[in-house]
Design a protein. Structure first.
Length: 151
């Protein structure tokens, strides 16, 4: 089995949109990025990684600047692994790529929000060193807020 994680570029916009929309639909996300926001992850201050497992698109994760938490903070968004690829280490590989990029970019902390019904995801983040923090955004769907200190 082969696994490839790569940072998406503008040429990947349609594939990135497909997997992010699949994430949104799968979890009933109300606050969705539009294509302009997605484009900013590809050619702007944010970043998006795509995962391929055995040559099939398997998942994604997004990193976006979070200036409200400080000039060197970013937020983890849209971590998603397609059901057929779960349990194969794809989520960990996506997060490894995102966290390494954030460190290299001088980021001090990564934040994320989640919902209490995402217990497996919350445990996954805890194993990676993310700790609970106070609410840092107005996302009405989220009640769980976490941070990983990078420095």
């Amino acid at each position: 089995m082969s696994r490839l994680i790569r940072r998406a570029i503008a040429a990947d916009e349609d594939v990135a949109w497909e997997i992010v929309e699949e994430y949104n639909t799968s979890f009933g996300v109300a606050l969705r990025d539009d294509r302009a926001a997605l484009h900013a992850y590809l050619d702007g201050p944010g970043a998006l990684w795509l995962a391929y497992h055995d040559d099939a698109l398997a998942g994604c994760v997004v990193l976006r600047p979070l200036r409200s938490a400080g000039p060197r903070a970013s937020e983890v968004k849209r971590l998603y692994v397609r059901p057929a690829h779960r349990g194969a280490g794809v989520a960990g590989a996506l997060m490894d790529a995102l966290e390494a990029h954030a460190r290299e970019a001088g980021c001090d902390a990564l934040y994320l929000d989640s919902r209490p019904d995402f217990q497996a995801a919350i445990r996954f983040y805890e194993r990676r060193g993310y700790e609970p923090v106070a609410r840092y955004n107005e996302n009405p769907e989220a009640t769980v807020f976490m941070r990983l200190r990078l420095r």
